[in-house]
Structure formats: structure tokens, C-alpha cells
Design a protein around this ligand. Sequence first.
Ligand SMILES: Cc1cc2nc3c(=O)[nH]c(=O)nc-3n(C[C@H](O)[C@H](O)[C@H](O)COP(=O)(O)OP(=O)(O)OC[C@H]3O[C@@H](n4cnc5c(N)ncnc54)[C@H](O)[C@@H]3O)c2cc1C
Ligand code: SF4
Length: 506
Amino acid sequence: MGNTGYDIIVIGSGAGGGTIVHALAATSARILILERGDFVPQEPANWDPEAVWKQFRYRSTECWLDGDGQEFLPYTHYCVGGNTKFWGSVMYRFRREDFTAVEHLDGVSPAWPIDYETLEPFYERAERLYAVHGESGTDPTEAPRGPFPHAPIPHSDEMAETMKHLREQGLHPSPLPLGLLKPGEADGCILCNTCNSFPCLRLAKSEADVCCIRPTMGQANVTLWTNAYARRLLTDPTGRKVTAVEVERNGETLRVNASLVVVSCGAVNSAALLLRSANEKHPQGLANSSGLLGKCYMAHLATMMEGFHPFRKNHTVFQKTVAINDFYLRGPDGRHPLGQIQSQGRAHGAMAQSVVPWIPLWAYDWWVARGIDWLVMTEDLPRPANHVTVEPDGRIRLHYRPNNLAAHRRLVKETKRIIKRLGFWVVMTYSVKIKNTTHQCGTLCFGTDPRQSVLDPYCRSHDIDNLFVVDASFFPSSAAVNPGLTIAAQALRVADHIASTDLRST
Ligand SMILES: Cc1cc2nc3c(=O)[nH]c(=O)nc-3n(C[C@H](O)[C@H](O)[C@H](O)COP(=O)(O)OP(=O)(O)OC[C@H]3O[C@@H](n4cnc5c(N)ncnc54)[C@H](O)[C@@H]3O)c2cc1C
Ligand code: SF4
């Protein structure tokens, strides 16, 4: 096929883009996927902590600027499958309360234009698509739901023991919902210790490349261009319709046409793409009549915590199986939400050494072998001052000052107490603070009022009829559980909407 004649162009193949391609591939629409990265090679380095954590073999080499103009390397990946290729595959539904306005210590987290019940059937489909393992009825914050498609991943002996001791502390731990393919089967997941932040050498992680893009590759109506960077979107003279995408590929700049364009570059890059696409009708960036394009960036407040005991070796290989949601809706001594605690994949010496490089690797290896790892996450609130801009030279600038810090500090303090009560002598904490871009969201929020949102409740631009955005940028609030399943569920909902209303002819 030439450069014209596509019904739909999807830009980006991560959680949002990959999922919507999978759903729309079942229609007769001719779809072109534009992905700036390539397939991640299947190679031994996939599971090599030195390659992943010291050489940053798979990370983007693109520098962004922070609010002060300082360069930093964002923790993000440009490849088929996007960041899902490297995720921990923790696949949570948002809580029912996350869709409503909730008062936090630092202000109000706004309501979504849809409720939990609206997204529920799509959560169910997304859980099937991504083969989610979990157990309903054990998490005190979970909204009513049917059974998970697959039984929970069994805890290691140590984590089973940890669950018991957490219950003795009066807590209500539950199994983490995880997307893994055929665990324990000959060609499936082997529950190894190089999952979160590593690509899966066995292609057994539920991620957008494996679950969504590869299954559509044999179809005549789906075309994938890798190493294809969408530089700008072009509109017709009225400014109401996108007519083409300007793409850089193989050293050339091309214009590709389609009736409908779905942007899914991740919250920062989607905002940057629309800002770069400013034209006469949209001088402040495409789809920006609200003035909110690129604003209200969120990323979660996240702290890694490790309990250490010098005489207690941790034999667990796959550690990421436990969640503690007791403080999700309110803290132990207050009425405000604090966030979520979840066990993490095992830390590696090389990972720890990337923080303080002068400590020898053997010392780190000795240390982490006696540690148990946790991630503590708190919701950050949407503030217009936290925003994405594009510099005159094209570089991305991320202005971000974390908020809701008091709630996060309380959660970290409480988690420290919990870990100490589990018998650990020392608790280490680490946070990348403002450089944390892994859970980026919120730069093109959806809503019913075009003056207060960029997208409508089906993620269609209020301003441009044939433009949809289905990555994490549509989030009006960040909640405090992992974002991936919610992105995927909404992408399925948007796909149904596009298919049912035949918006390809707009
Ligand atoms: C190490 C790590 C662990 C994580 N663990 C979890 C977890 O356990 N659970 C969870 O829910 N979430 C997790 N996340 C977050 C999760 O991966 C993201 O929330 C999710 O992938 C975001 O989906 P998206 O569609 O918004 O963007 P992405 O998945 O990032 O996809 C964006 C895609 O767009 C492409 N792209 C960008 N710009 C352009 C352009 N101009 N032209 C063409 N293509 C472009 C990118 O290459 C990429 O493929 C993790 C993230 C990381 C990095
Ligand atoms: S084998 Fe399983 S645990 Fe290991 S990286 Fe792959 S999906 Fe993750």
C-alpha cells in the first residue's frame, strides 16, 4: 500500500496504542501503526542486570529538560510495545472511588467523566486480553467484580510467611493481579527474578507487543511501520480535521493520510506531538482550545523500600505477589488516602549500584540477597503548573513539582513500621522523585466540558473530529495503583465506539 488509503493511523504501540490496534484489527478498517522504535531483540541481554541497569541497553537515549532547564534521561522506552515491554505487569483495576472526587491531604482529586461501572466490562475484556492472574474478594478496596481469568500466582514460602505476619499485624494483604502467560507451562513464564524493568526473553510477559501487536501482524488490514517517528499532525484549512501525519522514516520525511488518527505516544510524547503540530487554526497546539494541552501532568509519588536482615537470606525468586491496600482510602490515623504498598521484583546488585556506583557489586549482591523489596505509591494531584512544553529546538521540557508529599511520607513511615514489625533490622528507601516518568499520565485529560478538558469521554478531541488519544494522557487523576489496565480498558472502550459509530468516515 502506498502512503494513502489507510482508514486509521495509530501512533504508538504501547498499552493504549497496542490495545486499540488489537481491537480494531477485527474490523475491516485498514490500519497503519506508526512506532518510533523497533522490536526489542530476543537475546540473553534481556535478562542481564548489567545490560539493563548499567548500560541502559533498551532505554531511550533522548534527553529531556526539567523545569530548571537541566537535562535528564527519562526512564522510558521507545519500542514495539512501548513501556509495557518493561513493566512489572501488575494489572490493577482502579478502585470505584478513583472515579469520584476524593479529598486528599493536599487537595481534591477530581472525578472522572465515567464511573467504574462504565469501564467494568472493558476491564474484564482487558484482563482476558492480558491474561491477568488474581483472586477476587480478598482486597478490601476492590469494587464488586467477577473472578479473574486466571488463578493468582502462588506466593513463595517467604512471601506466604510474610502474608501470615501481615495478617497478624491486623492488615489485609491480597495477591497482586499480574499479567503473565502460561506460568509453569513448558513454553510459558518461569517466574524468574528478572521481570520488572527487564524485557521477557521468553515472551511470556503480558505486554502490548506480545498480546496485541504480534497477533495482528498476519492480518492484511494491519501494517506496522517501525522506526517511524510522527513529527506533526496536519489539519485541513478549517482546522477541524486531521488530514495527514508527517512521519520521519529511513531518513525521509513522508506524509501519510488516513480518515482517522489515534495518538498513543505516552502522556509526555502525545502532548509534545500536539504542541509541535501548532498551526494557524491551532496556534497554541492542536486540540488546545481549553488551554490544557500538556497540563496537569502526573506520575505518582513512588518510593522503593527494602527491609534488610543480615542473618535472613531471602530465597524467593519471584517476589512480586503481595499487595497491601489497607491505607488506600484512608491512613491509619486520618481520613485521607495514603496509597498502595506492593511487593516488588527482587532487587539486583547492579540495580542498586546504579544509585551509588562506588560501592562494590559484591557488597550490593550480599545486601540484596538478604532483603525484601517493596514499592510504595501515592496519588499525585493534577496541577496545571505541572506541564509539558517543547523547546524551540524540539526538546521536551517537563515542568514537575510533586504534590501530596505529606501523604506519601506518612505511607513510607507506616510501611517502615510494617517492615520492621516483620523482623527486618534496617529499612532502606529510594526514590527518583521528579525524574520518575514511568507512570506518566494526565496531559490531555478527558471530560464533558470542552473548556475544562482536551478530550471527550470517548477520548476524542473536543476540537478535532477525527482525532483520538488513548494513552495515559486522558487520566484526569492518577489514582494510586498501576495505570496499565485502565489505559487498556479505555482503549477497548474507544475501539468499540469507533467501530460502532463508523467514525472512519468523519
Ligand atoms: C519499568 C516500568 C515498570 C512498569 N510497571 C508497570 C506495572 O507493573 N503495571 C502498570 O500498569 N504499569 C507499569 N508501568 C507503566 C506502564 O508501562 C505505562 O503506564 C504504560 O505503558 C503507558 O501506556 P501508554 O500507551 O500511555 O504509553 P507507552 O506504553 O509508553 O507507549 C507509547 C508508545 O509510543 C511510541 N511513540 C512515542 N512517541 C512517538 C512518536 N512521535 N511517533 C511514533 N511513536 C511514538 C513509543 O515508542 C511507545 O511505543 C511501568 C513502566 C515502566 C517503565
Ligand atoms: S519468565 Fe515470567 S517472570 Fe520471567 S520475565 Fe518472563 S514473564 Fe517475567
